[in-house]
Design a protein around this ligand. Structure first.
Ligand code: ATP
Length: 248
């Protein structure tokens, strides 16, 4: 399987921060990703869309070191990080916001943020202060237990927790899952704001149209490989992609 339509041609000097090159990966002896390739430039939001079970979350897990590529390479600023442990990957500058269990419910907002910085050896106060400035709702609730937050507020805390490490790249798995449309829109606005402040984002999103609408480019995954890659508008305007993957 290596069908690829509309693959983006990019300048050789593009500042690629993350590249996934011909990766096979999976669970146990079950292969999920099949010769999958994609790149993310340092100022971009890229959105992975596609049917249930296509392998979108598996891409993030493979980039973040929770799965080791069977074949191919995962490169961060050109260095091969395939198979590196997540705790080392987080130190290199890649953050990960899983879809579920992404905050510690029994800890306060402040404690959650400090947990996000356990891999840092410097004083966390300046970055945590910056994050409180950026996400005022966290300031209001800093002594509250995370379990008291709404779904959207938890998602904001999960982003902020990942940002304590000041990553160059943030991997986000289905930020809008389980959220009402208005709340999902607020979370998408936060994703854009994080990107505008200099973090490249690779996001999986089940709400493909909304995810692509805030993204620079997208990859349609099907059966573990990239079926379509294009800038986000190109995918949204592609009648075949629309019919097959975006609900018409
Ligand atoms: N921990 C696991 N162990 C074994 N198989 C798994 C595991 N996690 C996922 N899979 C399988 O890998 C395949 C891809 O799953 P993945 O979660 O990456 O898909 P996805 O595109 O993110 O879909 P969804 O939108 O349903 O989350 C599926 O067939 C799934 O059943």
């Amino acid at each position: 399987m290596s069908a690829s339509t509309g693959v983006i041609e990019r300048d050789a000097d593009e500042d690629v921060v993350l590249s996934v090159e011909n990766v096979d990966s999976g669970y146990g002896d079950v292969q999920v990703l099949d010769d999958l390739s994609m790149t993310l430039a340092e100022d971009e939001i890229a959105c992975l869309v596609g049917p249930n079970g296509a392998g979108k979350s598996t891409v993030l897990k493979t980039v973040f070191g929770m799965l080791t590529p069977w074949e191919g390479h995962v490169k961060y600023h050109g260095d091969d990080i395939g198979g590196m442990a997540p705790e080392d990957i987080v130190r290199t500058g890649i953050g990960y916001v899983p879809q579920t269990e992404n905050v510690f419910g029994n800890l306060t907002i402040e404690e959650n943020l400090r947990m996000g910085g356990v891999a840092r050896s410097d004083d966390l106060d300046p970055i945590i202060d910056q994050l409180y400035d950026r996400f005022p709702l966290l300031t209001e609730k800093q002594s509250a237990k995370a379990r008291t937050l709404s779904g959207g507020q938890r998602q904001v805390l999960a982003f902020a927790r990942a940002l304590v490490m000041e990553p160059d790249v943030l991997l986000i798995d289905e930020p809008s899952a389980g959220l009402a449309p208005n709340t999902a829109d607020e979370v998408f606005a936060d994703v854009q704001a994080v990107n505008e402040l200099g973090t490249a984002i690779l996001m999986v999103e089940q709400n493909a149209r909304k995810g692509l609408a805030i993204s620079d480019k997208g990859f349609v995954l099907d059966q573990g490989t990239v079926a379509y890659a294009d800038d986000a508008d190109g995918l949204l305007d592609n009648p075949e992609v629309s019919r097959l993957y975006l609900g018409g």
